[in-house]
Every structure is written in structure tokens, then in C-alpha cells.
Write a protein that binds this ligand. Structure first.
Ligand SMILES: NC(=O)c1ccc[n+]([C@@H]2O[C@H](COP(=O)([O-])OP(=O)(O)OC[C@H]3O[C@@H](n4cnc5c(N)ncnc54)[C@H](O)[C@@H]3O)[C@@H](O)[C@H]2O)c1
Length: 254
């Protein structure tokens, strides 16, 4: 029996990491709903999953919109009979274009970041919890970032929006543990995938590798998916309330 057999998981946000989450969860036997703003890219991933014998459907999803998230939850329940897992993975990177400190951070950019990354994860949580509690419990995983731990001269809105998810996770783990709900955060370091590689380049990658104890390679989406699968599975049933870094040791701390 595969580890995630009989589980239904909503992956909110595809792209470089989320597509691999969907592939991995389906490969381990889960029925996966992959939602993304870009429905056609989610559709391509789902096509591959189904061709490989997995169970998956794609849907257009705006994780920061209540009606859109509610529709994805209904789709999961109607298609696969319930919901056991949410991986909230999408992100807005609007402040990545700005090389500014807090004095020069436009408030509309800050608002957009918090609207998607913090409020969006809150909305996803609100919409999935009733179905998961009705099912007898489940697992919620939020994708954060090393930027939530390390100081930085730029991208303060991104860091703030990711830290908000840690507080949300701890609340969910604390209050809904009695309902069988577990909640955890994965904090990736630099995870290379094609669309990121297209805007970085070899010098950047060399520098990034020099900052981690593991010198042989950078992170890959399957590094995140491997931990996600553990946290979604019954093998992870005693892990809750944690922020776990997958970053080659870049942010090691006690
Ligand atoms: N790649 C890295 O190095 C890295 C490092 C640290 C943290 N992360 C985190 O990992 C997650 C995935 O990052 P990625 O590198 O795969 O990025 P990506 O840009 O490849 O994927 C993000 C996906 O989210 C989707 N999306 C954006 N807004 C959305 C919304 N409102 N509703 C639904 N979907 C939406 C995009 O269409 C895209 O497909 C993010 O939460 C990011 O903050 C990534």
C-alpha cells in the first residue's frame, strides 16, 4: 500500500515546487486537486499525473479569494469524497522586483503581498478545516521560506508575509489538534526549478551553494515534496506545530 492511498489532497499553487508536490502526492497514492491561478499549467501537470496512472484534477484557483478556494474544496469533496490534506504553496513575489528597504516600500506592494501570502493562507485554512474535521482530521502544510528566519536588507514584505503563516500554523495545530488536525510549515531554502533558473544564472547558483553546508548541489522541488509527503502521511502523525527547514543547512539553528 502506498503511503497516501485513500487520501485526498488540495495543492494550492503549482509552479516549480507545487507541481512536484502534486506529482509526489499522486505518486504516493493520493487523489490530488491541483489549483493555480494559471489553470493551463496546472492542467499540464495533471495530464502527466493521470498518464502515469495517478488520480488528479486541475482547477483554476485564486488562493486569496474566498469563493475560489471554497469552489476548489467543493470540487475535491464532490470528485474524491472528502478532503484529508491541504498544501498551501502559492505565493506573491511582488516585492522581489524592488530593491528597497522599508522606508521606500510602497504600501500597495505590501498590501498585495499580505493579501495573497498571509490572508490567502488564512482563507485556505478557513475553507478546508470544516471538511477535514468532518473527515476525522487531516494535515495542513504551509510553504514558507528561509526569508522568514534570516535578516535581509530587501524584501521585508515577503519575509513578514511568510512569518504570518508560522503564527497561523501554530494556532491551527494548537486549537484543532483535538479534532485530529496537524499543521506544519516547510521553510525552503533556494530551490531551483526551470522558471527560477531562467532569471538567476550560474554565478548566482555558485554563490548560493557557497552559503550552505551541503556543497554538492542546490535544493530541488523533490526535496520539498519528500518532506511534504511525510507530513501528509500517517508516518508523520506525531509531527505538528513545527517549522521545518529544507535548505541544505543554510539556516541551521537550535
Ligand atoms: N523556489 C525557491 O527557491 C523558494 C524558496 C523559498 C520559498 N519558496 C516558496 O515556495 C513556494 C513556491 O515557490 P516556487 O519557487 O515554486 O514559485 P513559482 O512561481 O514557480 O510557483 C508559484 C505558483 O503560485 C501560483 N500563484 C500565485 N498567486 C496565486 C494565487 N493567488 N492563487 C493560486 N496560485 C497562485 C503561480 O501561478 C505559480 O504557479 C512559494 O510559497 C515560495 O514563497 C520558494
Amino acid at each position: 500500500m502506498k503511503r497516501l492511498e485513500n487520501k485526498v489532497i488540495l495543492v494550492a499553487g503549482g509552479g516549480g515546487i507545487g507541481s512536484e508536490l502534486a506529482r509526489r502526492y499522486a505518486g504516493e497514492g493520493a487523489s490530488v486537486v491541483l489549483g493555480d491561478m494559471d489553470a493551463s499549467s496546472a492542467g499540464k501537470v495533471v495530464k502527466d499525473i493521470v498518464a502515469a496512472g495517478g488520480k488528479s484534477i486541475a482547477t483554476q484557483l485564486d488562493g486569496s479569494d474566498q469563493a475560489s478556494v471554497a469552489a476548489a474544496v467543493t470540487l475535491a469533496c464532490d470528485t474524491f469524497g472528502g478532503l484529508d490534506g491541504l498544501h498551501a504553496n502559492f505565493a506573491c513575489f511582488a516585492d522581489g522586483r524592488l530593491n528597497v528597504g522599508v522606508l521606500d516600500l510602497p504600501l500597495d506592494v505590501y498590501d498585495e503581498m499580505m493579501q495573497v501570502n498571509a490572508r490567502g493562507f488564512l482563507i485556505c485554512t478557513q475553507k478546508v478545516l470544516p471538511s477535514m474535521i468532518a473527515r476525522g482530521g487531516g494535515s495542513i502544510v504551509y510553504t514558507s521560506s528561509g526569508a522568514a528566519h534570516v535578516p535581509g536588507e530587501v524584501r521585508v514584505a515577503y519575509s513578514m508575509s511568510k512569518v504570518a503563516g508560522h503564527a497561523l500554523m501554530r494556532h491551527v495545530a494548537t486549537r484543532y489538534g483535538r479534532d485530529g488536525i496537524r499543521a506544519n510549515v516547510i521553510a525552503p531554502g533556494l530551490i531551483m526549478h526551470p522558471s527560477l533558473a531562467a532569471v538567476t544564472g550560474p554565478e548566482f547558483e555558485k554563490h548560493a551553494i557557497s552559503l550552505t553546508p551541503i556543497k554538492s548541489r542546490l535544493g530541488r522541488p523533490d526535496d520539498i515534496a519528500a518532506l511534504g509527503a511525510l507530513l501528509m502521511s500517517d508516518e508523520g502523525s506525531y509531527i505538528t506545530g513545527q517549522v521545518i527547514s529544507v535548505d541544505g543547512g543554510a539556516t541551521m539553528r537550535s
